[in-house]
Design a protein around this ligand. Structure first.
Ligand SMILES: [Zn+2]
Length: 278
C-alpha cells in the first residue's frame, strides 16, 4: 500500500532529523543563500521585507489573452528584480506571482522604503506605460508594496537538486505580503513598527521619508527644506484591516511616488541620511 510506504518514509525522515537536531546561530546580515549543512539554521534580527504584489492578477488571466497575461508578469517581475538588485537587497525570491526582497542590518528599513517607493514609481511611469503600448489591452498594470520588519530564521530545505529553496521562518515576509495585497493600486503600505522607525529617524531622513517636497508637481520649490507638518504628510494612518491576521494595530499607506524634480535627492537622503551634494 502506498499510504503505508509514505508513513514509513515520513517516520524514517523524522528519525533522521531528530538524530541530527537543530543548531541556531545568530547572523547580522541577510545571506544570498541560507545554510545547507545538516541541522543548521541562521537567526537574523532587523530584517526588513519588501513585497511587491501585481494588482488584479487574479482577474488578469480571465480578462486578457494568455500572451498578454504572460507579458504583464514578465515585465512586472523583471522590473521589480532590477529595482531590488539596485537597492542591494540581500535576498530576492518569487512567491506565487509576487516578488520580495530582504534587507538586513540596522538601516534596512530605510533601504526598504527607498526601494518600495521606487518600485511604485517605476511601475506607474515605466512598466505600465510600456505594457499598455506593447500588449494593447485595457487592463492596467499596477503594484501594491508592503513593508515589515522582524527577526527571521533561515535555512535551505527540500528535496535534493533543484527542488531546494530557502525557508524563511518568522512572520515578516508573510506580513509584508499581506500588506502588499491590502495596499491600494500603486500604494506602499508599512506596518506601524516600521513606520515608528521612520518617525524616530534623524531629521533629514525623516523629512525625506515622511513629508512632501512641497512643490506639488510644479517641478520647483523647496525640496528637502520644505516645511513639515500634517498638511504635507505623505502617509495616512489607518486601523489594520481585520481578518487578515496582521499582528499589529495600524497600517501606514503612501500613495505618492517620487517627485520628478526632487525624487533623486529624497531617495539619496533616505539611504545615506545626508543631504546630497549639489
Ligand atoms: Zn517636488
Amino acid at each position: 500500500m502506498i499510504l503505508d510506504e509514505i508513513s514509513t518514509a515520513v517516520v524514517a525522515q523524522l528519525n533522521d532529523q531528530a538524530k541530527l537536531g537543530v543548531q541556531v546561530i545568530d547572523q547580522a546580515e541577510v545571506p544570498e543563500t541560507g545554510p545547507a549543512s545538516r541541522g543548521l539554521w541562521w537567526r537574523i534580527p532587523n530584517v526588513t521585507a519588501v513585497f511587491a504584489d501585481l494588482k488584479g492578477s487574479t482577474a488578469l488571466s480571465s480578462s486578457v489573452s494568455p500572451e498578454a497575461a504572460a507579458l504583464a508578469y514578465t515585465y512586472f517581475i523583471r522590473a521589480m528584480t532590477v529595482v531590488l538588485e539596485r537597492f542591494s537587497a540581500g535576498y530576492v525570491d518569487i512567491q506565487g506571482d509576487g516578488i520580495f526582497g530582504l534587507f538586513g542590518g540596522q538601516r534596512s528599513m530605510f533601504h526598504a522604503a527607498a526601494c518600495a517607493i521606487t518600485m511604485r514609481s517605476q511601475v506607474e511611469k515605466v512598466v505600465a506605460v510600456r505594457f499598455k503600448k506593447d500588449a494593447s489591452v485595457q487592463w492596467k498594470l499596477e503594484v501594491g508594496v508592503g513593508i515589515d520588519q522582524g527577526t527571521l530564521l533561515v535555512r535551505q530545505l527540500g528535496l535534493k537538486g533543484t527542488k531546494r529553496n530557502e525557508v524563511w521562518a518568522g512572520k515578516t515576509v508573510n506580513m509584508a505580503a499581506k500588506l502588499s495585497s491590502a495596499a491600494g493600486p500603486n500604494q506602499v503600505a508599512a506596518s506601524d513598527r516600521v513606520f515608528a522607525g521612520y518617525e524616530r529617524a534623524a531629521k533629514l531622513r525623516q523629512q525625506a521619508l515622511i513629508w512632501s517636497c512641497g512643490c506639488g508637481g510644479r517641478n520647483r520649490g523647496p525640496g528637502l527644506s520644505a516645511s513639515t507638518g500634517q498638511a504635507s504628510r505623505l502617509w495616512a494612518k489607518q486601523a489594520a484591516p481585520k481578518g487578515l491576521g496582521l499582528d499589529f494595530g495600524s497600517v501606514y499607506t503612501r500613495r505618492a511616488g517620487w517627485c520628478e524634480r526632487h525624487g533623486a535627492e529624497f531617495c539619496e537622503a533616505i539611504i545615506t541620511g545626508q543631504r546630497p551634494a549639489r
